[in-house]
Design a protein around this ligand. Structure first.
Ligand code: SF4
Length: 296
């Protein structure tokens, strides 16, 4: 259940994905390749969702606190933990109930779903003894455009309302403005509209990243461009070529622009409320019993 990841983007992080596949079906999603591990092709990613029904039980039995205390645990890196299946199966919730029994962990949850509000009481419980942050992904306020790009994700205003409710409940939360799409969502006005909305809805932080066009995302994303922005198809092919990232001069320009907007809206003036994890105490894990988390 816990995968160790040590890349430049996620250094020394453990990742958890309660599902495999994601019904939200974003055109740019790079996680499609994970369906190849199941012998399926990436086009099934949003149609065939696998459930890790024993996930909470496995976590409960196999977590080694000595290895993970104080290190980052990211929930929802290759699938959205609050995609439609979560409303029926509660797998993310069961795993959070396991973490609510622990201390000194550093957890983050990333989602595009307003269903995340459902677990606010549980977040409060977790945050009493752990560091927790809830990342809401949002790249634009254009509802119609996002309905094409991220067909089943919550509408922008619903995500912002969830952000507001979560921060008002005293939980650290912010906006992940990822992926910024070159020539589509990268104008100063569009970026500012998201940064401003983040601030108005109580975001504690805002992070951004430019489209990472991995091989597995290329086909669906280029299909999306051909349907919705045929004028940009050539430009993307030229700019990305066989690489996954835009050229460095573009990256520098966007990074500078976003940094200026964050300063304008006061994001960099706020120091994040980070708790220093206490030293690991083995007895903290002895509280866990399967019946406490409602799994059998
Ligand atoms: S919500 Fe995330 S995991 Fe799901 S399809 Fe979109 S990018 Fe992929």
């Amino acid at each position: 259940m816990l995968n160790h990841c040590d890349t430049r983007r996620m250094p020394d992080t453990f990742t958890i994905n309660p599902y495999r596949g994601c019904e939200f079906g974003c055109s740019y999603c790079y996680a499609r390749y994970t369906h190849e591990f199941m012998g399926l092709d990436g086009s099934q990613f949003e149609r065939k969702i696998f459930l890790k029904l024993q996930g909470a039980r496995v976590l409960l039995r196999s977590l080694d606190p000595g290895k993970i205390a104080g290190r980052n645990i990211a929930i929802g890196t290759a699938t959205d933990p609050y995609q439609p299946a979560e409303a029926r199966f509660f797998l993310t919730r069961q795993m959070l109930e396991v973490f609510a029994q622990a201390r000194n962990l550093s957890l983050s949850i990333t989602t595009k779903s307003s269903l995340v509000k459902r677990d606010i009481p549980l977040f409060r419980k977790i945050a009493r003894n752990n560091q927790l942050q809830v990342n809401i992904s949002l790249i634009s306020l254009d509802e119609k455009f996002l309905a094409d790009l991220e067909p089943k994700a919550s509408r922008p205003q619903a995500r912002l309302a969830a952000l507001k409710e979560i921060t008002e409940a005293g939980i650290r939360a912010g906006i992940f403005m990822m992926p910024i799409l070159p020539g589509i969502t990268d104008s100063a006005e569009d970026l500012e509209s998201v940064v401003c909305a983040a601030r108005r809805n109580g975001a504690h932080y805002l992070s951004s990243n430019i489209l990472f066009l991995r091989e597995s995302a290329r086909k669906p994303f280029y299909e999306f461009l051909r349907r919705k922005r045929p004028d940009l198809h050539r430009r993307y092919c030229r700019s990305y070529g066989i690489r996954s990232c835009m050229p460095s001069d573009y990256q520098r320009r966007i990074t500078t622009l976003v940094r200026a907007l964050k300063e304008k809206y006061g994001f960099d003036r706020e120091s994040p409320p980070v708790k220093t994890p206490e030293p690991y105490q083995p007895e903290m894990w002895n509280l866990w019993k399967p019946e406490q988390i409602g799994v059998d």
